[in-house]
Design a protein around this ligand. Structure first.
Ligand SMILES: Cc1cc2nc3c(=O)[nH]c(=O)nc-3n(C[C@H](O)[C@H](O)[C@H](O)COP(=O)(O)OP(=O)(O)OC[C@H]3O[C@@H](n4cnc5c(N)ncnc54)[C@H](O)[C@@H]3O)c2cc1C
Length: 365
C-alpha cells in the first residue's frame, strides 16, 4: 500500500511526487506514455521559476529570451525588453527530468501505464493501470485537462475549454533572444513564436474553436516558414479555470491542468502546476487536505479573476487595447512582470485601470 498515488507525470504530477517522496512518503507516479512524451506547449516560463526547480534541468533549457516582439494582426510592431528573462524549455525533456527528480527523491515511477479504473474503499483508493492494481491512502489527479481522476471523483464536470495548436519548426529568421506574440487574429487569445535553440515553437490558442489551422498557416507564412503546408501541428485543450471550485474530495486532490489551473489571460500553466503541486503535497504531509481548495484559491485562482476581467476587456476591443496596454513600454513591462510572477494580475488590472482614468489613452502610441 502506497501513501500516495499520483496519476500523470507532467510538471504537476512530477513535482507533487517529488515533494511527497522528499517528505518520506511512499509514492507511486503513474504515467500513461513512455517518457519522454510529446506535449504541445510553448514551453515558456520565468527563468527564476526554472532555476528554482529540482533536478538536472540544464539539458531541457533550449533558450533564454530577454525581450518580446509584439504585433497586432502581423503589423504595428513593438519590442519591449523584459525586466526578467524567460526560459524556453523543451517540454518532453523538461518533464522527463522533473520525473527523474521525483524518482531521485524516492518516488517510484511507472510510465507507459495508463490508469483505466479507479475505486475507493473505506480508507484507501484502488487504481487499475494496465493489468496491475495499486492501493494508496491518498490519490492525486495530475492527469491533465481531460482528467480521469477528476471525472471519476465528480470534481470535474462539463469543463469549459479553450483550444491551442502548436508546431515546432526550424530555420526562421527570428531573433533568438526575442519571443514573438501577435494579437488580433485569434478570438480570446494570441499567436506566438518562441525560440528553442535552433528550432521554434510556433502556435496559437484562445477561445476560438474553429479556423485555428488556417490562422496558424497564415502566422507561419508571416514568419517566413517554408513548407508550412507539410507540417503537422498538434492540437491540445486548455482548461478554463473555475475560481473557488472544490479541488479535493476526501483524500483525493487535483493539481495542475486537472484542477483547471491555466491563466485565463496568458494561457500559461507550468507555474500553477508547480505551485499547486507544492500546496497539495503540503496538505497531504500536514494532514490538512480539507484546506487545499481554499489554499489554491488564495494563492492561485483568486488572481485569475483579474485575468478574466483583463481578458474580457482586452479581447472585446483588441486593437484599442493593443495600442494602449501593450504598445507602451510601461504597460508591456507590467505585463511581463505579471507573466514572470513578479507582480499579480490584480496589480496589472488596477495599473491598467489607472492608465485609462488618468487619460493617458489620449497620449498613447
Ligand atoms: C499549445 C499549448 C501551449 C502552451 N504554452 C505554455 C507556455 O508557454 N507556458 C506555460 O506555462 N504553459 C503553457 N501551456 C500550458 C501548459 O502546457 C500546461 O498548463 C501544463 O502542461 C500543465 O501541466 P500538468 O502536469 O498539469 O499537465 P500535463 O503536462 O498535461 O501532464 C498530464 C500528464 O498526465 C498523463 N495522463 C493523462 N491521463 C492519464 C492516465 N489515464 N493515466 C496515466 N497518466 C495520464 C498525460 O500523459 C500527461 O503526461 C500551453 C498549453 C498548450 C496546449
Amino acid at each position: 500500500m502506497y501513501d500516495a498515488i499520483v496519476v500523470g507525470a507532467g510538471p504537476a504530477g512530477a513535482m507533487t511526487a517529488y515533494h511527497l517522496a522528499g517528505a518520506g512518503c511512499r509514492v507511486l507516479l503513474l504515467e500513461k506514455h513512455k517518457l519522454p512524451r510529446y506535449k504541445p506547449c510553448g514551453g515558456g516560463l520565468s527563468l527564476k521559476l526554472f532555476a528554482a526547480l529540482p533536478g538536472n534541468l540544464s539539458g531541457a533549457l533550449k533558450g533564454r529570451v530577454d525581450r518580446i516582439g509584439y504585433s497586432y494582426r502581423c503589423g504595428d510592431h513593438f519590442t519591449a525588453p523584459l525586466d526578467l528573462e524567460l526560459a524556453m524549455v523543451d517540454r518532453p525533456e523538461f518533464d522527463r527530468r522533473l520525473a527523474e527528480a521525483a524518482v531521485a527523491a524516492g518516488a517510484e515511477l511507472k510510465d507507459g501505464l495508463a490508469v483505466t479504473a479507479l475505486a475507493s474503499e473505506r480508507d484507501s483508493f484502488r487504481v487499475t493501470a494496465g493489468r496491475e492494481n495499486f492501493e494508496s491512502k491518498y490519490l492525486i489527479g495530475a492527469d491533465g485537462v481531460y482528467t480521469v481522476v477528476g471525472a471519476w471523483s465528480g470534481l470535474v464536470r462539463n469543463r469549459r475549454i479553450g483550444s491551442a495548436l502548436e508546431v515546432e519548426v526550424a530555420g526562421l529568421a527570428q531573433d533568438r533572444r526575442a519571443a514573438l506574440i501577435d494579437f488580433g487574429r485569434v478570438r480570446g487569445g494570441y499567436s506566438w513564436s518562441f525560440p528553442k535553440g535552433g528550432r521554434f515553437s510556433v502556435g496559437l490558442g484562445g477561445r476560438q474553436p474553429a479556423g485555428l489551422k488556417a490562422e496558424l498557416a497564415n502566422w507561419l507564412d508571416h514568419l517566413g516558414c517554408r513548407g508550412a503546408k507539410e507540417l503537422r501541428p498538434r492540437g491540445h485543450a486548455l482548461p478554463e479555470a473555475r475560481i473557488g471550485a472544490p479541488l479535493q474530495r476526501g483524500n483525493l486532490l487535483l493539481v495542475g491542468d486537472a484542477a483547471g489551473l491555466v491563466n485565463p489571460l496568458t494561457g500559461e500553466g507550468i507555474r500553477y502546476a508547480v505551485q499547486s503541486a507544492q500546496l497539495a503535497a503540503e496538505a497531504v504531509i500536514t494532514g490538512r487536505v480539507a484546506a487545499y481548495s481554499r489554499a489554491v484559491k488564495e494563492r492561485i485562482t483568486g488572481d485569475f479573476l483579474f485575468s478574466y476581467w483583463l481578458r474580457a476587456f482586452f479581447f472585446r476591443w483588441p486593437g484599442f487595447c493593443y495600442r494602449v496596454f501593450v504598445k507602451n513600454q510601461g504597460a508591456a513591462r507590467a505585463l511581463s512582470r505579471a507573466f514572470c510572477g513578479e507582480a499579480t494580475f490584480r496589480e496589472l488590472f488596477f495599473s491598467s485601470g489607472r492608465k485609462l482614468l488618468k487619460g493617458r489613452v489620449l497620449h498613447a502610441g
